[in-house]
Design a protein around this ligand. Structure first.
Ligand code: LLP
Length: 389
């Protein structure tokens, strides 16, 4: 993405031309950004048995899944639907890991039939799994009382969180495993999402390594995802080099203590795709009252719900006129809800009717969380790869 003649471009195609060709609202993804982010996260890590399982809940567009496949990654899937999308994109069952709380028996039967690895989320799930599939291998998703995230709703550790087998239940989990002759070959943890502070990761990584000593048959240890992106102008990107240095050091120590080199898994979602995506929308209406100017667009919380759901901040620019006279505006959607707002009192280049606005960093948890609310259809999606849509 770059600015030419004061307009936003994706390689050689302007946002306005993309909007003309495909209509708006439109999700535009840039393949090059995904490649870049993948390498920046992974390349600094020296540990030889690192496996990246992309959290497909962030964005399961088939073209994006294919990029992840070409990059050599696997998939973290939360449902049968995500598994089917991954299989369709060409991933082998052995490249997919399934993690779901409250999974239905039929879904577990499907996982067993396909031979897909599972991170068991609760003692009940472990019991059900044991009955369905005794003498098998399992991994456990643990909740070690460490949670983090840029909003309480995306924090997935700690006693207020529904996720994982709490640390206080480990003994019981081992008993159930014994009852059904299950071998616990993996432990997993995902503390939350959109974390930019490396200290938090370090704490969580150390805690999972420590708890691994309770499990003698491990083949893998999975640190989940959560790597944040700088949505706000004042935020700094995650220092992936520093993270890798810490990670390698901790892993080397861990290998010595555990006495065996395990597969080490991470499950990034947002980090790989958020910044690759832009939601383009057309300004349809502008109105002012004594305190605010509202800029209405032809998209809404039905297409991008992060602002309404987590008070999330995403940058917005005027793709038709990147620089110029600025105005403080409230950018809203066309949905019949007061939470349908993308930015409150935000200063952007003064928009006029028909301008194309770009809502940046929308590649993760954008389209995947979209709905048919108000009977408005979902936006189209287009991938720019090697300069071409
Ligand atoms: N692994 C597990 C088990 C997860 O539950 C998740 C995300 C990830 C990995 C990937 O996390 P990431 O690297 O993307 O932070 N809709 C929210 C985010 C929800 C994340 C759910 N779990 C948002 O728009 O911010």
């Amino acid at each position: 993405m770059e600015v030419k003649n004061n307009k936003l471009y994706f390689n050689n195609i302007s946002a306005e031309n993309l909007a003309k060709k495909y209509g708006t609202p439109l999700y535009v993804y840039e393949a090059a950004t995904i490649w870049e982010r993948y390498h920046s996260l992974v390349d600094h890590i020296q540990y030889p048995h690192l496996k990246v399982h992309y959290a497909a809940k962030a964005n399961a567009n088939p073209a994006i899944l294919k990029i992840i496949k070409d990059l050599g990654g696997g998939i973290e899937a939360v449902s049968r639907g995500k598994i089917e999308l991954a299989l369709k994109a060409g991933f082998k069952p052995s490249q997919i890991i399934y993690t779901c709380n409250g999974a239905e028996v039929d879904e577990l039967k499907y996982i067993i039939k396909k031979g897909i690895r599972i991170n068991i989320d609760s003692l009940d799930q472990l019991e059900t799994w044991g009955k369905l599939n005794p003498n098998s291998n399992v991994s456990l998703r643990l909740n070690l009382d460490i949670g983090a995230g840029s909003h309480i709703y995306i924090t997935t550790g700690g006693q207020k969180s529904k996720f994982g087998i709490h640390i206080s239940n480990i003994k019981d989990a081992k008993k159930i495993a014994q009852k059904y002759n299950l071998t616990i070959i993996g432990i997993h943890q995902h503390i939350g999402s959109d974390v930019l502070n490396p200290q938090v990761f370090m704490k969580a990584i150390k805690a999972l390594m420590k708890v691994s000593q309770h499990f003698g048959d491990l083949e893998s240890i999975n640190f989940g995802g959560g790597f944040g992106v700088p949505y706000k102008p004042e935020q700094k990107p995650l220092d992936t080099k520093k993270f890798a240095q810490f990670f390698d050091k901790a892993l080397n120590k861990f290998v010595k203590e555990y006495g065996k080199e395990l597969d080490v898994l991470i499950e990034p979602g947002r980090y790989l795709v958020a910044e690759s995506g832009t939601l383009l929308t057309t300004v349809t209406d502008i109105k002012s009252n004594p305190s605010r100017t509202f800029v209405s667009t032809n998209t809404g919380m039905n297409h991008l719900i992060r602002q309404a759901m987590y008070f999330a901040y995403q940058k917005i620019s005027n793709a038709s006129k990147v620089k110029g006279t600025k105005k403080k505006v409230t950018v809203v959607g066309n949905i019949c809800e007061s939470a349908d707002m993308f930015a409150e009192d935000r200063t952007i280049t003064s928009p006029k009717k028909g301008d194309i606005l770009a809502i940046h960093d929308s590649g993760a948890y954008g389209y995947t969380m979209s709905s048919f609310y108000n009977a408005r259809v979902r936006p189209a999606e287009v991938l720019i790869d090697k300069g071409q849509p």
